[in-house]
Design a binder for this molecule. Structure first.
Ligand code: 5CA
Ligand code: ZN
Length: 412
């Protein structure tokens, strides 16, 4: 799938210092991530409807900070992202709104591309839809079948294929949840714990056999379509290999999605799936999780159409640390617009404060578990100091504009 145009990126720093430290969601520990010369990142992409709400944008901006930091430190980055362009929620939405599911997906992917471009998100090198990746998916399921990791449910009419997650090496080591919590959340997030004929209530659908009126594709498993999790396992393993550096998404993906992906990959390859995981806190609106099903969405495109500068939207989101859930309000945007105005004013002013400390502080804040809010405060302090400066410090304004562009993705 075509991704979107890359923003201009300042060349990496001549003498890059430091390493990126992130808190791994599986271990809860802080540690270096992507330390080799090649840094490999997989981020779960959209299911293309109701794109791009501010929760999506917050998640992709978080990983954009990771991508930019690695590049500035001189690593080569391989970034892969999927698109869930066939799945129950997409088909249900298409049906409910009377449009073809392919058309709905295409329109929404295009809108997502435009939003990502406007927000200056560095695109993934590998941007893959499920429909174009079906061979990868069915190959992986066949491999799991040979290893005894999948089975057909005991249902004479629709003997769909399931993954026997419980026997998978390492199952549960990402979320560390108990059975009761896993089951409850599994049911909420597309799972079917109560389906008769399964061997274990947590086993997840891996290949759904064709039903009348649903899209399906021929395969050695029978005509059908993939269950949700296996798409990301197959695409990530194919483009990044095992034990890649970082798997990411919103915190709603910890279980079952990322737990199942990891279990499938570990069984198929005998290797860990990702070395580290990063999960982004849920963005809500007026105290509730922003989600398609609740319909309480604020879309990036709506804000843009209403005249918001995409750089102000970016600043509004970066003002929150990724790890905590938070609730969007109109004042987030108003504050960010004010900040953007102040920053641009300082970059064009005739006087400025010295920038060396500021540049270091921005870089350090990001390397320290992506403390973007702290980076913004460092730039605020430089802007404030410039007000009482008596002269222009040579190169200071260019240096701040550069670090804000390279590390925060904000063009001033
Ligand atoms: N296609 C799957 C992943 S394979 C999916 O979860 N799609 S999505 O469209 O529902 O979400 C896209 C990305 O945005 C996921 O990483 C998801 O975790 C994240 N996300 C969804 N809602 C929010 C929210 N309210 N706040 C933060 N991130 C969110
Ligand atoms: Zn995914």
């Amino acid at each position: 799938m075509r991704s979107w145009p890359a923003p201009s990126l300042p060349t990496p720093e001549a003498a890059p210092a430091g390493r990126l430290i992130l808190r791994d969601s599986a271990s809860g520990q802080l540690g270096p991530v992507g330390d080799g010369s090649l840094a490999r990142l997989y981020v779960c992409g959209i299911t293309p409807y109701d794109a791009t709400h501010l929760g999506h944008a917050f998640t992709y901006l978080t990983f954009d900070l990771v991508n930019r930091a690695w590049r500035q430190l001189g690593h080569e980055v391989v970034y892969t992202q999927n698109i869930t362009d066939v799945d129950d929620p997409l088909l249900e939405r298409a049906q409910a709104s009377g449009v073809d599911w392919r058309e709905l997906a295409q329109d929404q992917i295009e809108l997502f591309r435009q939003d990502m471009t406007a927000l200056r998100v560095v695109p993934p090198q590998h941007y893959l839809g499920v429909v174009e990746s079906l061979d990868l998916v069915t190959d992986l399921i066949a491999r799991l079948d040979r290893l005894g990791a999948v089975y057909q449910v005991d249902d004479p009419e629709f003997p769909d294929w399931y993954f026997a997650c419980r026997q998978a090496p390492g199952f549960g080591q990402l979320s560390h949840w108990d059975d009761q919590r896993m089951e409850a959340v599994f049911a909420e997030r597309g799972g079917d714990p109560g389906r008769p004929g399964k061997r274990d209530r947590l086993d997840c659908l891996i290949w759904r056999l064709a039903r009348a009126g649903e899209p399906s594709w021929d395969s050695p498993l029978g005509a059908g379509r993939p269950g949700w999790h296996v798409e990301c396992t197959a695409i990530a393993l194919n483009r990044l290999g095992s034990a890649f550096d970082l798997q990411g998404g919103g915190s709603d993906l910890v279980f079952p999605h990322h737990e199942m992906c990891a279990a499938e990959a570990q069984w198929a390859t005998g290797q860990p799936f990702a070395r580290s995981y990063l999960h982004v806190g849920m963005v809500g609106l007026d105290g509730q999780k922003m989600s398609k099903s609740r319909g309480n969405l604020v879309l990036v495109s709506q804000l843009r159409q209403a005249g918001a500068d995409p750089m102000a939207i970016r600043l509004a989101l970066l003002n929150h640390h990724y790890a905590a859930a938070w609730s969007w309000s109109q004042s987030d945007l108003a504050e960010a617009e004010d900040r953007l105005r102040r920053w641009r004013g300082a970059i064009r002013a005739v006087r400025s404060a010295p920038a060396d400390e500021t540049v270091r502080a921005v870089r350090q804040a990001i390397l320290d578990d992506l403390k973007a809010d702290r980076a913004l405060a460092a730039v605020d302090a430089w802007v404030e100091a410039g007000r009482s400066a008596s002269a222009d410090v040579s190169g200071a304004r260019a240096a701040v504009a550069r670090v804000v562009d390279a590390w925060l993705g904000v063009a001033l």
